[in-house]
Design a binder for this molecule. Structure first.
Ligand code: GLU
Length: 276
């Protein structure tokens, strides 16, 4: 099998059936790697990391290598951020969530675009030294240097439109990287050739392809799978009593049988797949 694939959970809660589906599909897509996305140190807990190992073992999914742990890779992310800064493609952002909400006049969906408050501030090293700030990608400047990103999903070639892209956060106020930057660096470092993840992350692909191009990283292909929902269509969420894999295990359910069912897109009673 020549593809390399990964499952990249965040250890901020116990995994549920949706994670199991994602892990099963990633494991059948190629050589199976595990990455622990623990950049959010405020919400990460060691017992959730331990539970991920137990859940995967219960499902019969064995990662081919020891997991890659994002919290141990700060220097790599900082070096990549430096490249963006040196190229003039990153700017410090001092906004709080409340600043951004106040600047957005109309209601937006789940992930409103950054309204550009800090984009054209004059550089102020004294303020940078004293005020907490994240670093954002200047998408317009990036697109002046490179074409709109493209990617392949299944048999389909996609090209991003400018509205698919945003001045995403490259490095958080409290961490040396944020999701998109760490994700592309780690996928490349692990030689991932196929990114398998939920369709809720499809909108991440355009900007991740842009980051890959700007950092000269190889291009994987993508597979965004439907999400597991309750039969009434409600999303499973860590907070909404979704049955955790730990609870299913404790109830005596056989993980290998569940994995085989999920591989065949057969869900336990009470659950369904949502394609969008
Ligand atoms: N850590 C992300 C999550 O748990 C997955 C990121 C990815 O697969 O690219 O939703």
């Amino acid at each position: 099998m020549s593809e390399i694939s990964r499952f990249a959970p965040s250890p901020t809660g116990l995994l549920h059936l949706g994670h199991a589906f994602s892990a099963v599909l990633a494991a059948e897509a190629g050589r199976f790697l595990l990455r622990i996305e623990d950049l959010d140190q405020g919400r990460t807990r060691p017992e959730f990391v331990a539970a991920i190992d137990e859940d995967l073992a219960w499902l019969g999914l064995a990662p081919a290598e020891p997991p890659l742990i994002q919290s141990k890779r700060s220097e790599l992310y900082a070096a990549a951020l430096d490249r963006f800064r040196a190229a003039g493609l990153a700017y410090p952002c001092y906004c709080t969530r409340a600043d951004i909400a106040a600047a957005l006049s109309a209601p937006h969906g789940d992930s409103p675009r950054y309204p550009g408050i800090c984009r054209d501030l004059p550089d102020d090293p004294a303020r940078r030294a004293s005020d907490p700030h994240s670093w954002r990608l200047d998408v317009d400047k990036a697109l002046a240097r490179t074409a709109l990103p493209t990617w392949r999903e299944g048999e389909t070639d996609h090209t991003a439109t400018p509205s698919d892209l945003d001045d995403i956060i490259l490095a958080r106020k409290d961490a040396p990287a944020a999701y998109h930057l760490a994700c592309v660096i780690d996928d490349a470092a692990s030689g991932v050739t196929i990114v398998t993840r939920g369709v809720d992350l499809r909108s991440s692909t355009a900007v991740q392809r842009l980051l890959q191009t700007l950092l000269d990283l190889p291009e994987p292909t993508y597979r965004h799978h439907p999400l597991v929902t309750h039969s009434n269509g409600c999303r499973l969420a860590k907070r909404d009593h979704a049955p955790t894999l730990a609870a299913m295990r404790a109830a005596g359910i056989d993980g290998g049988t569940l994995a085989a069912d999920l591989r065949a897109h057969r869900l336990p009673l009470g659950f369904a797949l949502a394609h969008a």
